[in-house]
Design a protein around this ligand. Structure first.
Ligand code: AMP
Length: 193
């Protein structure tokens, strides 16, 4: 994988572990020569990933919509900062530029981004690996819910297994590197996508 898009919180959370793991993620990706794509902010977990990757000599691309430049405090020290018109363009660009996705702890924004790439994988619109880094058990309840969705017949196991999970960055990266997307039912034809 040459580029990974990282979805994560614009907040830091209230335990220092979230920032320290985010910094580890940034440094690990930079050391592996993987370009980091993210939402372009210098605050929260987002800023921690970017700063650590840059400090380790990595290449970091931020993608931020014009209207969020001041609210999320755009990071002007990046290798590249792409300004988009809309949130939809931002997500599209973040999807286009990468070979895989990692979600770190975050709020609704992070979950929205994660679930969009999961549902698009489910529809066969992309075949990129999607990893959830379960720092300090932050996503235990989300993972339990995904398993419960399978038990209750709302989610097929093959789609559940598209969400790669680990509490350790090296392990997650390895799972992503060996990931092969399953053949999925095409619900949409080429004409409708
Ligand atoms: P949060 O996880 O809520 O702290 O947000 C993390 C990032 O997700 C921020 O850069 C938000 O701008 C972004 N975000 C928030 N809402 C959305 C949305 N509906 N679609 C895409 N990204 C979003």
């Amino acid at each position: 994988m040459k580029s990974i898009t990282v979805f994560c919180g614009a907040s830091t959370g209230n335990d220092p572990i979230y920032v320290s793991v985010a910094r580890l993620v940034g440094a690990t990706l930079a050391a592996a020569g993987v370009r980091v794509i993210y939402g372009g902010a210098c605050i929260g977990v987002m800023g921690a990933v970017a700063d650590a990757a840059l400090e380790a000599g990595g290449h970091v691309v931020g993608v931020i919509p014009y209207f969020l430049r001041s609210r999320e405090v755009a990071h002007y020290g990046l290798s590249d900062l792409i300004i988009t018109e809309t949130m939809h363009e931002r997500k599209m660009k973040m999807q286009e530029l990468c070979d895989g996705f990692i979600a770190l702890p975050g709020g609704f924004g992070t979950l929205e981004e994660l679930f969009e790439v999961l549902t698009w994988a489910q529809l066969g619109l992309h075949t990129k690996p999607i990893g959830l880094l379960n720092t300090d058990g932050y996503y235990d309840s989300l993972i339990a819910m995904a398993d419960d969705m399978v038990t209750r017949g709302f989610l097929k196991p093959v789609y559940r297994n598209m969400l790669l999970t680990s509490n350790e960055m090296g392990d997650l990266l390895h799972q992503m590197q060996v990931y092969r997307a399953p053949e999925v039912e095409k619900w949409l034809t080429d004409e409708t996508t």
